[in-house]
Design a protein around this ligand. Sequence first.
Ligand code: FAD
Length: 359
Amino acid sequence: MAATTDADLAQRVLRGIGVSAGSVSGPAVVIGLPPQVPADEPASTDVDADWARISDALGGVAENLEKKAATIGGPAADILSATALMARDPTLGKGIRAGLAAGRGPVNAVHAAVEDVCTMFTAAGGYLAERTTDLRDVASRVIARLLGVPEPSVPELSVPSVLIAHDLAPADTAGLSPVTTLAIGRRPADARTPAHPWPTDPVLYEVSSSHEEGGERAYLASTVAFVGGDGDDAGHVRQLRLAVTEYLPDGRRVPTAGTERDVPADLVLVCLGFTGPETADLCAQLPVTLTDRGLVARDEAFATSVPGVFVAGDAGRGQSLVVWAIAEGRAAAAAVDAYLTGDTELPVPVTSTTATLRP
Ligand SMILES: Cc1cc2nc3c(=O)[nH]c(=O)nc-3n(C[C@H](O)[C@H](O)[C@H](O)COP(=O)(O)OP(=O)(O)OC[C@H]3O[C@@H](n4cnc5c(N)ncnc54)[C@H](O)[C@@H]3O)c2cc1C
């Protein structure tokens, strides 16, 4: 096969369904198609010998899945262990032997027995119907062994890569690095709590379609450092150093000393909401008082603790909306007018304490 040049790659457009969120770049790794079931396979002439080969292949596939399960741990390990159990299922073995005895070749006997079980699982529906993908994956791996070709699986990846596959079985995806979403705060409640009574907009644990695609969501995770690589890898983020978030009595969130741990990271997307105005430079030059939340403190008429200095919008109210910033800006202008002239005819649409429904 001729070497693929950058120019070739630049012209090749592959279409398919993306299975993970976002856009990434990396070397393309193409996963082979499952082995074909030969239509002209000779019938078994020695059922015991063929069964021994198939039994070895089933055992080898189960063993590999169990080894992988032991390495990765967590919920993905359960998927792999369950798939290994299917490879060791005596009912499946019985069906394969029956196929051999009925004159099928080894590959066709495996294929037919697995399809019979898949038909049963599909009819049963629910959890069992969902397991047909795992079962067909076991069949592909066993058939590859019988044919002496490589199993259709994800190879060891040394760098983050883009996988291109006809289909990826759970056993393939189980070992892949998941997207990890870190949140500095606590996990939101599943249902409205007394802290967010009706008709306020409650903060709830939400599961979007992106979350359903997989990945991990870690809470109380404070990022304290980006850890880079060494040598040629220098300058590239390779790990995030996290600590468990501690809530201080005044509501501030700080990393808990001594709880640091590193998690692998190749790509970090920073999605921070409003965490208060940046006040370091401001306070150095203008010693305004701040609130417990780190906002610029103000009275009813938007005046800060420094005479002649007013604050409106997010810096005083906290994260809000453009309409509030505009209304506060107009009201603050009236307050400034009154401060300078002793009176004002300007409109005051809101005060600094007019509340929104959201707490
Ligand atoms: C990602 C995102 C999406 C949003 N989407 C919406 C939306 O769809 N609808 C909606 O209504 N609201 C939305 N908001 C909220 C809205 O943007 C804010 O509520 C609004 O912009 C607040 O206006 P503001 O004038 O108080 O502050 P800002 O708009 O933040 O203006 C403050 C200005 O002060 C400047 N500044 C800071 N420090 C200094 C300094 N030392 N010297 C000089 N200048 C300084 C800043 O550069 C900035 O231009 C969104 C906010 C974010 C972050």
